[in-house]
Design a protein around this ligand. Structure first.
Ligand code: MLT
Ligand code: MN
Ligand code: ZN
Length: 295
């Protein structure tokens, strides 16, 4: 099994179009690497690929990834898209896949309802693009030789579905992690997660590689950076730092661990900063666009 980070960034990417924060400015100046938005590709045989989350940057991500280029006149190695939630940064890329190719879209019924309920996604011809429901904790196979199991993680509904007071750490079909298994190797992909209860920590400990929500360093990253009033918790994202943060909660893990879905306000993106040093000392990597991971 090979994983390819198509986009290591959270919604907005790095730099974000309307953001002049320190890190976005550093990315524009070429001092740190830019990041496209959240997506991970996976293959078992090197020929057929599944894309986990279809970001608004998918067209450019496919163009930048020779493994995902056509090999015939009208062709793509992309066999399936698997969604972890209904967030814009994870579904908008489906609209760029509307050119008549045959592939499957796998998502929980709650997320499929979003696609079916929005006429814009009707552009995906149902004769070509098959929407397939994922049942929690039930393995399915989006590619030959790859077994995927979706598990509920604390999270919230997509921003555009929020009511006045959304439950920001609900466990159900809104937000899932994906357990990937092939040829005896395993990886857990969890780009959005609001908390790490014990059962989830135990599950992640069993994977050969963990790719986990790196949206915010501290719950108040956006407030500190002056970019907005929202906390990580309000966005359904657990901070890296702090006593209940992912660094502390996953400190006992001995497997390969990478942060993915990094927001442009996360100070860990400054390689010269103390946050990056702390993360590296704890044994974590910061995922980067184009990175290949062999769990
Ligand atoms: C998130 O990860 O919190 C969402 O992608 C936010 C958004 O919809 O922009
Ligand atoms: Mn996101
Ligand atoms: Zn920024």
């Amino acid at each position: 099994m090979r994983l390819r980070v198509l986009g290591a960034g959270a919604g907005g990417g790095l730099p974000q179009w309307n953001c002049g924060c320190r890190l976005c400015a550093m990315a524009r100046a070429g001092r740190i690497a830019p990041m496209t938005q959240s997506s991970l590709a996976v293959t078992v045989d090197g020929h057929d690929w599944a894309v986990l989350n279809a970001s608004p940057d998918l067209r450019g991500q496919l163009a930048a990834t020779p493994d995902l280029h056509p090999r015939a006149l009208r062709d793509s190695p992309l066999r399936a898209v698997v969604l972890t939630n209904g967030d814009i940064d994870h579904i908008a890329g489906l609209l760029s896949l509307r050119e008549g190719a045959v592939f499957d879209v796998w998502a929980t019924p709650a997320v499929l309802d979003v696609l079916r309920g929005d006429r814009v996604f009707g552009v995906l011809d149902p004769a070509k693009v098959t929407l397939r429901g994922i049942a929690l904790d039930a393995p399915f196979s989006p590619l030959p030789g790859l077994t995927v199991t979706a598990f509920a993680v604390p999270g919230k509904v997509a921003l555009y579905l929020e009511g006045d007071a959304p439950d920001t750490a609900a466990e159900g079909e809104q937000t899932v992690g994906l357990w990937l298994a092939a040829n005896g190797r395993t990886a857990a992909y969890v780009p959005g997660c609001a908390a790490l209860p014990g059962a989830l920590v135990a599950r992640l400990a069993g994977a050969d590689a963990v790719l986990f929500d790196g949206t915010v360093w501290a719950d108040d990253d956006m407030i500190r950076s002056g970019t907005g009033p929202k906390t990580g918790a309000r966005m359904g994202h657990l901070a890296m730092s702090g006593p209940a943060g992912s660094l502390a909660r996953l400190a006992g893990l001995a497997n390969r661990r990478l942060y993915i879905h990094l927001n442009n306000t996360n100070p860990v993106l400054d390689p010269a900063g103390p946050e990056a040093a702390q993360v590296a000392a704890a044994g974590w990597e910061i995922a980067r666009d184009g990175q290949e991971i062999v769990p």
